[in-house]
Design a protein around this ligand. Structure first.
Ligand code: FES
Length: 211
């Protein structure tokens, strides 16, 4: 059978570079693709003296293109400054792989989004956000789209688990439509805190459950 992939894609898929997790990363992300539901996690370490990405790893929960593009973006980003790494495009990733079938373009978009979100996470956690846009309820909801409901494997927003979001003077409260003693409640709470707390103008995050 002839694969619709270039030799480079197949090589990266079979021998992906920089696979795994960095313990205590400076920035990390978990991105899901709305097109296929697959996911990619990216972890970065940043050398503060040079502002360069000194280490980067990824974990893929997706297709061959997802694995190959995850692999290639880690190679493209390693050693680059944060500003240079931000400019890496999905087209560059796809070109470096010798092209991807059109139907697989979203796989490279997903990997690049993963890299950009890990950089944003780094900047937020280190007080380096330049564009200080005030956080809104909608911005919080957008972040909650990245928190998975382990019962279904889909995000909290899509599975209608967000009962309410309150925001006042930098205090955010998220109400989840799930009993507090549910086996996944502690994990969901932790993930919500992780996604919302780094926002530059958020002072306190509370997660409440309905029962
Ligand atoms: Fe989902 Fe490739 S089909 S990332």
């Amino acid at each position: 059978m002839k694969f619709p992939y270039s030799e480079t894609v197949l090589e990266h898929f079979r021998h992906p570079r920089n696979v795994g997790k960095i313990e205590e990363p400076d920035g990390k992300s978990m991105e899901g693709s709305p097109a296929c539901g697959d996911m990619v996690a990216v972890y970065i370490k940043v050398a503060p003296e040079t502002n360069t990405i000194s280490d980067i790893k990824f974990e893929s929960y997706g297709c061959a293109s997802n694995i190959a593009t995850g692999s290639i973006i880690t190679e493209l980003a390693k050693g680059k400054t944060i500003e240079e790494a931000k400019k890496i495009t999905w087209k560059q990733a796809s070109d470096a792989l010798g092209g991807l079938p059109k139907i697989k373009a979203h796989c490279s978009v997903l990997a690049v989004e993963g890299l950009r979100s890990a950089i944003t996470d780094y900047e937020e956690r280190h007080g380096l956000v330049k564009e200080k846009i005030p956080t809104t309820v909608e911005a919080i909801r957008k972040r909650l789209k990245k928190v998975m409901n382990p019962v279904t494997g889909l995000d909290l927003v899509r599975t209608n688990l967000i009962k309410d979001i309150y925001l006042k003077d930098g205090n955010a409260r998220v109400v989840i439509d799930m009993p507090a003693n549910h086996q996944f409640a502690p994990a969901i709470k932790e993930e919500i805190m992780e996604k919302i707390e780094p926002l530059w103008d958020i002072k306190k995050v509370e997660v409440k459950f309905t029962e």
